[in-house]
Design a protein around this ligand. Sequence first.
Ligand code: GLA
Length: 732
Amino acid sequence: MNQLINFDEKNKVFHLHNDQISYLLSIEDGKTLAHLYFGKAIKEYHGQLRYPRVDRGFSGNLPGSLDRTFSRDSLPKEYSTAGEIDYHTPAAVVRQKDGSNALFLTYEGYKIVDEKPDLKGLPHSFVENKDEAETLIVTLIDEKSKVKFELSYTIYRDRPVITRSVRVVNDGNDAVNIEKVASMQIDFVDRNFESITLPGAHAHERRVERSKINQGIHVYASHRGTSSHQMNPFLALVDPETIECTGDAYGFAFVYSGNHKFEVEKDQFAQTHVNIGIDDFNFNWELKPEASFQTPEVLMVYSDQGLNKMSQAFHSLIHDRVIRSKYKDQVRPILVNNWEATYFDFNEDKLKPIVDDAKEMGIEMFVLDDGWFGHRDDDNSSLGDWKVFKKKFPNGLDHFADYVHQQGLKFGLWFEPEMISIDSDLYKKHPDYLMHVPGRTPSPSRNQYVLDLGRKEVRDNIFDQMDQILSSNKINYIKWDMNRHLSDIYEADLPSSRQGEVYHRYVLGLYDLLERIVDKYPDLLIEGCSGGGGRFDAGMAYYNPQIWASDDSDAIDRLSIQYGTSLVYPQSMMTSHVSVSPNEQNGRITPFNTRGVVAMWGDLGYELDLTKMSKEDRQAVKEQVAEYKKIRKVTQYGTFYRLKSAQTSNQCAWETVSLDKNETVLSVVRVMASAQPDLTKTKLVGLDPQKHYEDQETHEVYGGDELMNLGLYDPVERGDFKAKMYHFKAID
Ligand code: GLA
């Protein structure tokens, strides 16, 4: 096996490389860790990109040095800190006993390990066998405080991916306070980047936003306590000419579900400096002597063939090496969820006919959503009381679960484990479990409050309650929801000096709770959710192989939401349901077929009252379900391509191709109709030009080269929001 990481002792250069990418870093002047290159693979490095020495005004020099041509301010670096003469936004700020935050990091040593060490307590990408990755750990030390930074870089053998994280170790005699610690920094020279980010709002998640990076500091962050609807923890840096299938793209995804901060600074010399890590807002971590702090991980992808290749690398990495569930390779069950069908107004008798209809239509799982516990008839009570609501299920939950199973369906259940209502038994017994600042009245959101999950006692209580329900072994799936963001940040178990740890400890507590559930119930399929897609991040992927993409189930709005989601996350991770028309969220009327085509982009489900459907629509569900069963292996696990975006055109088109290129599914949605429409075509990609493919509907046969070069005319139809799905199979 070729080595993936080499160290050139003479020139002090590390080269991480595989067939696709190279990452180069060097030790300059014996002590400063410099960044040389990240991009397309090079076989060997011969020193071309060594830092040119120039005397720059207002970029100072090394302490005690007379050499005016070496400056940490202009040198592209791997990790910048406050206090040295580097005016870039620091990656780390550490406050020391004397009140100063000055650090001067120098190279201490390195280690190469032929594996990928786990990040304890944090989700992370992993390896399945030792040979598939190597890890370089470079240690930098601040000689005065003896605080060390271990910068970790893993390169996979067969992926255009480097993963990064940092461990801070206090080898000094005094406690220090970490006020900021990025998981990675990278400095690019001579790039005219544009940024692509995924901002949004509740029911409006992950809109693709592309902006020119001008000189200055650009920040994309969340300090809501979660990764958030408002700013997904993802950034791409691309050349201005980069599009879906061509051009350079660098993608960064943060494997973390709490506050995050992506900083992009274009400096005075047009260098692009990037820091990614936990947001430093209200962050202050006390590090005692001998203690260490592990940052979450960043997944970095390089693509030389546009955004599609970048996304495919993320999809494959997240699917293969972040998601751990046994469901990751199984086709996902088609479900019906009662939320938009009944909201809180249901009982066993009302639900049974929906289950019966689901069975008849070929649906595979029934999910009982919010309102089955405590005395919850609306969203004002009972969070924290995970006991069945006897009024709705007089014979108990097991009895209803048995009914669902007898119909041949799996049974799924909704939980919101991180929350508490004032009107709950939990609050009556443990008012202190509600996160609040002593002496202040906490703020409600959806009339609910956040549990102080940093405390083990609180987690134990929730785990025990969930365990009681799950141990019946009648539950196949849970939907893990979270319907508000954090406020009133305070942890009762911590002294006042450590309240800056609360946000991160909350996330660590959440991961601990998830880990306990996943560990005890490995057969459970967990779907993540936070008011729709508010916690769609790579950290959650470690526990939840699928996530509800948005509370907006309108097919046309979903085009943009799902398009943005697909930049990072695999199709199998995204759940998408057919709901009623006019749509419950925006009142739009769309054809049933279009709702089906858009929902089949991800894991298909139904979010409506099957018993209230017209005869034609019932028939249509049956046909959709049968069709989806034929294609879902390809649509859920095939190579995914974005072809046209509804955010920038009147059409949205996407395609999935099976790994052996023998099958493909293409979907095209035209948004607005026109009296005099232009003729448009959609060209397929990723097929085998030598093969012939048969349209499974018309049985017409086309060459792969024809489908890719000539393309298909899009149907000319009257009426808005029309969709067409094609399914081709190779016949050679
Ligand atoms: C969130 C979810 C919905 C539904 C409701 C129930 O908003 O995204 O799908 O489960 O909570 O309260």
